[in-house]
Design a protein around this ligand. Structure first.
Ligand code: GUN
Length: 293
């Protein structure tokens, strides 16, 4: 069984991104820069935002952090997004989701300039993704493809089961895998799927993005299948200093030995997502500098 280490793949890609960044700075005299907007005090969101800041620092990117109070109004948030759209020193904009109650995520996402939408959430980017055109690709599915590529796992003609239909992971993942060049046969399952085990059992590649621990168990997985675990579930663990630990959607200990390849949680898809955010920010900066990439 091959353990697909997002940490290892990230290290390799980040090495290249760091060189790209140095070359960019030498050519233009400024850094590719990411603006991150966090509204409220959700602890998981705070952790993600810190990790994004650290990645920028590690690779030599510029970053601007905006921490807004929970009481921020829709108009105040939209005003900030518009200001960042107009700011030539900002190349990528990320508004951390979920937003506190009362703020409309769709309105915020649609306000972001698609050319700076490094999350790939704007309807223009999502639409272009579906029809196979150049766009910003949502970071988690983009990271999963980069991980499969790194381990030479071909998707051509493979049966892929995507569990979960979120706008961030399941839908873009399915759209990417069915494109020409990836050529997979894709099944997308959701909470209403009649017999999840039946779909998973037929899959050569399983992408588990359900958001529930234990969604994929050993009896559901075909021998030699490739299993990508996208779950980031916090479960209580009194033996840990913070009282919790991170687990995926897959019963790793039982499923692992049956697999051809599997990604662990933590250390699998998670690091890839942030690395792809950096990759998208690099791409955004180069495009805004007039390069045709
Ligand atoms: N919340 C959880 N994942 C993400 C992500 O990839 N981007 C943003 N903006 N918010 C998130």
């Amino acid at each position: 069984m091959l353990l697909m280490s997002g940490k290892e793949v990230s290290r390799s890609i980040r090495g290249k991104l760091s060189e790209d960044c140095s070359r960019f700075v030498a050519a233009y005299g400024y850094r590719p820069t990411l603006a991150v907007v966090l509204v409220g005090e959700d602890p998981a969101s705070q952790t993600y935002v810190s990790a994004k800041r650290r990645a920028c620092e590690e690779l030599g990117f510029g970053h601007m952090d905006y921490a807004l109070p929970t009481t921020t109004s829709q108009e105040e948030l939209l005003t900030l997004v518009r200001k960042l759209n107009d700011d030539k020193s900002v190349h990528g904009i990320l508004v951390q989701l979920p937003l506190p109650n009362g703020l409309d995520e769709d309105l915020v996402i649609e306000a972001i300039d698609p050319a700076k939408d490094v999350d790939g959430f704007h309807p223009q980017n999502v639409g272009r993704l579906l029809i196979g055109k150049d766009c910003f690709i949502s970071c988690t599915p983009k990271g999963i493809l980069a991980m499969l590529d790194y381990y030479h796992i071909d998707t051509d003609g493979k049966d892929v089961c995507v569990i979960g239909r979120s706008n961030i992971v399941g839908k873009p993942m399915a759209a990417l895998l069915m494109q020409k060049g990836r050529d997979a046969t894709v099944t997308v399952c959701n909470t209403h799927t009649k017999d999840l085990a039946d779909h998973v059992r037929r899959a050569d590649i399983v992408i588990a993005a359900a958001g529930h621990p234990g969604t994929v168990t050993a009896d559901m997985v075909k021998d030699g299948a490739v299993v990508v675990d996208v779950g980031t579930n916090r479960v209580d663990d009194p033996t840990k200093k913070n009282g919790w630990r991170l687990v995926g959607d897959v019963d790793f200990d039982a499923v692992g030995p049956k697999c051809g390849a599997i990604s662990p949680v933590p250390g699998g898809v998670g690091p890839m997502t942030i690395t792809m955010l950096m990759s998208n920010t690099m791409l955004a900066a180069r495009r805004q500098a007039g390069e045709s990439v």
